[in-house]
Design a protein around this ligand. Sequence first.
Ligand code: F6R
Length: 242
Amino acid sequence: MGVLIVDNYEQGCRIAFERIKQVVTQRERPVLGLATGSSPIGIYNLMVQDYQQGHCSYSHVTTCNLDEYCGIDHHHLQSYHYFMQHYLFRWIDILPKNIYIPTCENILEQECKKYNDLLLQNPIDLQILGIGSNGHIGFNEPGTPFDSTVHYVKLDEKTRMDNSRFFKSLEEVPKYAITMGIANIMQAKSIILLAFGFQKAVAIKGLVDGRQTIELPASVLSSHPDATFIVDKQAACLLLHK
Ligand code: F6R
C-alpha cells in the first residue's frame, strides 16, 4: 500500500490519469473499474482532453462502474448512468457495448448475479475509487463483510447526507443502491483510491494508521498487493507520518 500526498486536486487527478493512460496504451484489452462522485471528475476531464488531442483511443477498452442508485431512472441527472455519459463516455470513442454499469431496473437478485458474472469475465486491470467520509468504497457501507460480492444495499444516512449536496433536498436522495462488493473490488489487479478535503481526514487516518475492520470498509485495501492512496494535504492532515 502506498500513500501519495499531493498538493492539490489537479495534481492528484493527473497522477491517476497517467496510470489509466499507461494501462489503456499498454494492454491489449484493458478493463477499467470506474467510480462516480466529485473525486474522479478531474481524471475524466483529463481523459477527454487527451482523447480530443488525438493521443489515446478507448475503442479497445471495457469499463465496469462500481455502483448505481436504485429508485431513479438512468436519465435522472444524479444517476450514475447519466454521470458517466456526461463526464466521460459521450466525449470519447469507447464502444457502448463495452460499458457496464450495474442497474436496479430488473429483478435485483438476477441483476446482482449478472453483474457479478460480468466482473468474473472481465477482470479489472485498474480500479479507481473514491472514499466516503464514513470509509465506504463503492456503496459498501460500514459493517459490510469483506467477502461480499455484488449486492443491493440500504444506504447509510451519513452517505445520503453527504450526497444530498447533489440533490435539491435530503428527501430526494435515494435510500437504496446496487454496488460491487468488497471482494469484487479486491480482485482488481491495481487500485487507486482518491481522497480530497478535510471531510475525508478521519477515514484516511483509519485507513492508513488504523487496523482492518469492517466498520471502515476501505481498511480492507491495506492488504491489497497494489493499492495506492492519492490524498491531498487536507485529507492527510491527521496522518502520523507525512
Ligand atoms: C461512487 C462511489 C462512492 C464515492 C464516495 C466518494 O461511485 O462508489 O464510494 O466514491 O462516496 O464520493 P466523492 O468523490 O463525491 O467524495
